[in-house]
Design a protein around this ligand. Structure first.
Ligand code: AMP
Ligand code: MG
Length: 486
């Protein structure tokens, strides 16, 4: 590892300094032939990084092979419940935290790599990543950001020139990712399992300082931290549900303390509305199905509560009682966020009686579920219905009398079509188009990827030439599956 020729670039090491027990100094593996496949220029600029430099001499920063003087890349330790089973030692098996940057609004942001080689946490894995899955994370995380949903960001995907062995040999890549931090529920589980109360306390204080600073002034800061994480996750998962996002692998190591979506593995946007929707090939029991996500989030937060129990009260029974009561707020937060989001999606006027609004919402959900209506295009087409043309929406239903009756009731409430168009995206990363773009990029053709990114980066603005991106998958695409950790 040599120094990058940018003496002005400072990569902080706050995580490594404050929590050395969770930070293993490590180096990225060499990249034989690095080539930038995609670079997020606006994000680079936000971080004070010159896009031209990153494409040239600075590419080593994006692969971790040339880091600034004084930087201390680390593999982060964490534990986690994976599909309900506890693993005491996961950690960054193919990732590194390079350090923290201060962005142009003064916020601290982690610069992190995925696919940067083996670490002491790799277990049997090769520490590497293939081009396709890293581009998938890039596309989907940027789509989520453009939809206004809290998420880690993608700065770049760099092809390494090193082949990786999966079912076939694939081109390797490193994803450079940016997050407000990489603290996870699993980070707390790891710290708790060390039985080092001082470490657990330092971790909680670090999380408060970085993510929930108001908790520091609360009468009980660590309880306030827990409450803030419960609220942030309830809001996040409600936003996933409102756009039809299926995370696919909601293990506790993939749930952040910040409330950002993290780790886009087998994720996908739902086509036909069905709570049982599962895409991940390994989720045979449907644990992380679309409709289960709120319950799983609550379950994960219970694991978070267990991890910080000693910080909530000295007496364990008292701590449990506090945790149970605080976690009880999750359902109310979630329902409020989801209901408010649905009201906006339907353009319902402010001041409408709660019972009227919730009946219209509930009845609609039953209709779209019964007729397996395409989630994204249906909600968007309701905007046209609010403007007087219900035919596009109507054409998606089998039970026309039921749709007509519902529509008449809803129209009588005076929905605001402009509000709806700002809440119901035209473009989400359609599974069949994501697959098409990734396959083309793996073969060296980046044009479909560029068009996909163009569509999902401005998801609410309908544009000519992007019609394919607004349409559901063809029937021949049924049975779509996604894969983890590739
Ligand atoms: P994920 O499913 O991506 O959240 O990863 C779960 C755990 O598996 C984390 O500890 C990862 O670092 C590790 N992991 C996933 N893929 C690999 C790989 N190819 N090599 C080493 N570790 C991996
Ligand atoms: Mg993960």
């Amino acid at each position: 590892m040599t120094s990058a020729p940018t003496p002005t670039l400072v990569l902080g090491g706050r995580f490594a300094r404050e929590l050395p027990e969770l930070a293993l100094p490590w180096q990225a593996v060499d990249t034989p032939d690095p080539r930038v496949l995609v670079l997020n220029e606006p994000l680079a600029t936000e971080l004070g990084l010159d896009p031209d430099w990153l494409r040239g001499d600075g590419v080593g920063l994006l692969t971790g092979t040339r880091v600034p003087d004084g930087a201390t890349p680390v593999a982060q330790a964490y534990a986690g419940h994976q599909f309900g089973g506890y693993s005491p030692r996961l950690g960054d098996g193919r990732a590194l935290l390079l350090g923290e940057l201060v962005d142009d609004s003064g916020r601290l942001r982690d610069l992190h790599l995925k696919g940067s080689g083996r670490t002491p946490f790799s277990r049997g894995g090769d520490g590497l990543a293939a081009v396709g899955p890293m581009l998938r994370e890039y596309v989907v995380s940027e789509a989520m950001h453009a939809l206004g949903i809290p998420t880690t960001r993608s700065l770049a995907v760099v092809a390494t020139g090193r082949p990786v062995q999966r079912e076939t040999v694939l081109p390797g890549a490193v994803l450079a990712r940016v997050a407000s931090s990489h603290l996870r529920v699993g980070t707390f589980q790891y710290a708790r399992a060390t039985d080092d109360l001082d470490l657990l306390r330092r971790l909680a204080d670090h999380a408060i300082a970085r993510h929930h600073p108001a908790a520091a002034d609360a009468p009980h800061p660590h309880l306030a931290l827990f409450e803030a994480v419960v609220a942030a996750q309830a809001s996040l998962v409600a936003q996933w549900m409102l756009v039809g996002f299926v995370h696919g692998v909601m293990n506790t190591d993939n749930m952040t303390i910040s409330g950002e979506t993290i780790d886009y593995g087998p994720c996908a946007f739902m086509d036909a509305f069905d709570p049982a929707t599962v895409y991940s090939s390994i989720d045979t029991g449907g644990r992380y199905a679309y409709g289960n996500q709120p319950v799983v989030a609550e379950w994960n937060l219970a694991r978070f509560a267990e991890a910080i129990l000693p910080l909530l009260a000295e007496d364990q029974d008292a701590a449990v009682a506090i945790a149970v009561e605080s976690l009880g707020a999750f359902r109310g937060h979630y329902s409020a966020a989801w209901s408010a989001g649905m009201r906006t999606k339907l353009g319902l006027p402010e001041g409408l009686h709660d019972e009227v609004a919730s009946a219209v919402v509930t009845d609609l959900v039953a209709l779209v579920q019964a007729d397996h209506v395409d989630h994204t295009s249906f909600f968007r087409s309701l905007g046209a219905a609010a403007r007087g043309d219900a035919e596009p929406a109507r054409g998606m239903f089998l039970d026309l009398p039921a749709f007509d009756a519902w529509t008449a009731r809803w129209l009588a409430l005076g929905p605001d079509a402009d509000v709806m168009d700002r809440a119901n995206p035209v473009y989400v990363p359609r599974n069949h188009l994501v697959e098409e773009a990734l396959a083309a990029a793996t073969d060296g053709d980046l044009a479909p990827l560029d068009q996909l990114l163009d569509a999902v980066s401005a998801p609410y603005d309908e544009r000519a030439g992007l019609e394919r991106h607004a349409e559901p998958a063809p029937d021949s695409f049924a049975g779509y599956q996604t894969f983890c950790g590739t």
